[in-house]
Design a protein around this ligand. Sequence first.
Ligand SMILES: Nc1ncnc2c1ncn2[C@@H]1O[C@H](COP(=O)(O)OP(=O)(O)OP(=O)(O)O)[C@@H](O)[C@H]1O
Length: 305
Amino acid sequence: MTVLRTKINKNRSGIIQDEITEDLLSRSLQYLKAGYPVHFTGPSGTGKTSLALALAKKRKRPIMLIHGNHELNNKDLIGDFTGYSSKKVVDNYIRSVYKREENVTETWQDGRLLEAVKKGYTLVYDEFTRSQPSTNNIFLSILEEGVLPLYGTKLTESFVRVHPDFSVIFTSNPEEYAGVYQTQDALLDRLITIFIDHKENHREAAILCKKFDIEKREAEAITALVAELRKACKDSGPSLRASLMIAKLAVQEGIPIDGTNTSFQRLCVDIVGHQLSRCLETEEPIKKAEEMIIDACHNLDANEK
Ligand SMILES: Nc1ncnc2c1ncn2[C@@H]1O[C@H](COP(=O)(O)OP(=O)(O)OP(=O)(O)O)[C@@H](O)[C@H]1O
């Protein structure tokens, strides 16, 4: 049986940090302090966004969050004219004289990136590879020349200087994921990319214990089950997210965390079944996934004894 020796603490952002996570965050903070953007990449559900937000919080600067998507464009990032404002002055002080003056100006709204760059915020650009590479090109000038070009706008200045406190943290899924664009090498070359993989079972179990106040034995049973099923998939298999769902629902619904219990088996099938079936190349993937989950539940019970 694995003994959990790692010191765990729960900070205000809700993410549970063991020593490995704390070390990763403090290294990443040093990189940001030195002026280098940090990029967390890895399979879904490994905690990249949570890490990015926890890291951003450590900088004690306001945080701006952008989610990558294929429709994101320069107007979203830099800003746009959102309408008109008009001012009308009617001067009829002398009765025989009627003077009317009308002034119409366009109203500009800063985009999220421009605001963060100008005010020195910490920008968390989540899943940035879901945006088109041409949209992300703007980061090349920010990271290399320290300026944000205002191209495509009718503003009088052609660029804005990057505030010295501005920092960016990127997150992404690997390129083989659906809906993800390939990142330009020039951008990757300017980032410190750290691969975030699924945690070992005992580390995931420690998170479950802390979050749901369940016994270590129960938490380890859930994470071992999910890890076992993950083996059938490559990167796209069930993650910590699935373990968290199983633990939360078991606690909430009073379902015993016991591999032989049919309600527990049903819960695991509902949560992991579909995702697992997508990795199986058989005639009846849903049925096969269900069998595999129930087998894994029984094996869990056998291992316990
Ligand atoms: N250290 C942690 N402590 C507590 N909960 C965590 C921790 N790490 C991750 N989680 C939880 O796990 C889930 C997945 O985390 P997160 O969304 O950060 O993963 P991700 O790698 O960004 O996933 P995706 O690639 O799918 O966006 C979330 O519910 C998050 O709250």
